[in-house]
Design a protein around this ligand. Structure first.
Ligand code: ADP
Ligand code: MG
Length: 323
C-alpha cells in the first residue's frame, strides 16, 4: 500500500526539537542563534549511483547522509544544531523510509542535532541534507588560516574507506573480515565533531578529508597560500591497509582515497602537547604528518617524502617520482 508523503513526514520525520523555536510542520522552521555566535551552514547531497549503490542499506544511508554533513561542521570547529532533509524517493516505501530515518535520527540524537524541516518528493533517489551549527564569533576553523611553520595533523586513520570501495569494485581482493572492517568505514563514517570543536582556538586551519588527503590538504595550502611537506611513512593507516601497502591501490587509498571523513588540520609547533592531550581526552588518535612552509612559484605546493627521503610529486590526486 502506498503511503502518502504527509504520513511519511508525520511518522518518520517529525521529532521533538531541543534547539529550535519551531520545527517540522509549518512552512518553515525557526531557530535562534546564541548571542555572540556565528551561524555555520553547509549542505551535502548523496545521489544514487554516484555516491552510493542503488540497493544500499537505507539505515546506513540515513547515517551517512547526516554523517558527511556533521563532518563539515567538525571541520569548521562548529557545534552542529539543526538539519534539514530534502528527499526524492522513487516510491513511498514506508519500510525504506523507516530504516532510513532510524539511521539518520540515531546519529542526530548522538550529536544533539534537531531535524527541523525538509522536503519529500517523488523522483530518482536523492538525499540532500543541510546542516547548521554555531561557533563563537570569529572562532570557526577555516581553510585559509595555515601559517608557515605549522605542523600538519590528521585524525584517525586514512584510506580504509577507499580500500573497501576498491575491493567492492574488485580492484583488490581482501579477506572477508578485512573487507567488513574497511566497509564499516565506508558505510558508517564517524564524524569528528568533538575533536573539531576541541580544536577551536588551537588549530590555525582545518578541513575534513572527504576527497582524499592530497586533494583536501591541497585546498588548505591554496587557500592559505602556503606549501607543505608530508611524510608517507608518518601517515596513519589501519593494520589492514598496512598489509597491502606494496599495492598501488592501497597506497593511493592512503594518499588520495576519499570518504574517510577524518580531519586534517594545521597548528603551531607550540601546540603539540596540547593537541596530543586533546586527542587523548576526546579519544581520537591524532598524528603529525608534516609541516607547512613558504610557497614558491614553479615549485610544487605539496611534497610527499618517501621513506628513503625521495620526493614523490603529486599529480592529479596521484603521485610520481620527483627527486
Ligand atoms: P510545503 O508545501 O510548505 O513545502 P511540505 O508539505 O513540503 O510543506 O512539508 C511540510 C512540513 O514537513 C514542513 O515543515 C517541512 O519542512 C517538513 N518536511 C517535509 N519533508 C521533510 C523531510 N524529509 N524531513 C524533515 N522534514 C520534512
Ligand atoms: Mg515542501
Amino acid at each position: 500500500m502506498a503511503t502518502s508523503e504527509f504520513e511519511l513526514i508525520g511518522r518518520y520525520f517529525t521529532h521533538r526539537t531541543r534547539h529550535a523555536v519551531l520545527g517540522v510542520g509549518d512552512d518553515a522552521a525557526l531557530v535562534r542563534v546564541k548571542r555572540g555566535h556565528d551561524l555555520v551552514v553547509s549542505a551535502d547531497m548523496l545521489v544514487a549511483g554516484r555516491h552510493f549503490f542503488r540497493d544500499a542499506d537505507p539505515r546506513l544511508l540515513g547515517h551517512k547522509a547526516l554523517a558527511v554533513n556533521l563532518s563539515d561542521m567538525a571541520a569548521m570547529g562548529a557545534t552542529p544544531r539543526w538539519a534539514t532533509l530534502a528527499l526524492a524517493l522513487p516510491a513511498a516505501d514506508a519500510r525504506w523510509v523507516r530504516a532510513f530515518s532510524r539511521g539518520f535520527m540515531a546519529l542526530a540524537r548522538r550529536f544533539d542535532v534537531d531535524l527541523i524541516g525538509g522536503d519529500t518528493t517523488r523522483g530518482p533517489l536523492n538525499i540532500c541534507v543541510q546542516i547548521m551549527g554555531e561557533t563563537p564569533h570569529g572562532k570557526a576553523l577555516r581553510r585559509d588560516g595555515a601559517r608557515r611553520g605549522d605542523d600538519i595533523w590528521v585524525s584517525g586513520t586514512l584510506g580504509d574507506a577507499a580500500l573497501a570501495l576498491a575491493a567492492l569494485k574488485r580492484r583488490i581482493k581482501l579477506k572477508p573480515a578485512e573487507l567488513a572492517s574497511c566497509a564499516a568505514r565506508l558505510h558508517s563514517p564517524q564524524p569528528r565533531v568533538v575533536l573539531g570543536r576541541a580544536l577551536r582556538g588551537v588549530a590555525h586551519s582545518a578541513i575534513d578529508v572527504s576527497d582524499g588527503l592530497l586533494a583536501d590538504l591541497g585546498h588548505i595550502l591554496e587557500s592559505s597560500d602556503v606549501a607543505a611537506e608530508i611524510e608517507l611513512a608518518a601517515l596513519p593507516a589501519s593494520a589492514i591497509l598496512r598489509r597491502y601497502l606494496d599495492r598501488v591501490v592501497a597506497c593511493s587509498a592512503l594518499l588520495a582515497g576519499g570518504d574517510d571523513y577524518e580531519l586534517c588540520f594545521t597548528a603551531p609547533r607550540s601546540a603539540r602537547e596540547r593537541i596530543a592531550r586533546l586527542g587523548r581526552e576526546v579519544r581520537v588518535k591524532v598524528t603529525r604528518i608534516g609541516s607547512v612552509g613558504a610557497y614558491r612559484k614553479a615549485l610544487p605546493r605539496l611534497i610527499v617524502r618517501a621513506p628513503d627521503g625521495a620526493a614523490l610529486r603529486v599529480v592529479r590526486g596521484g603521485y610520481d617520482h620527483f627527486a
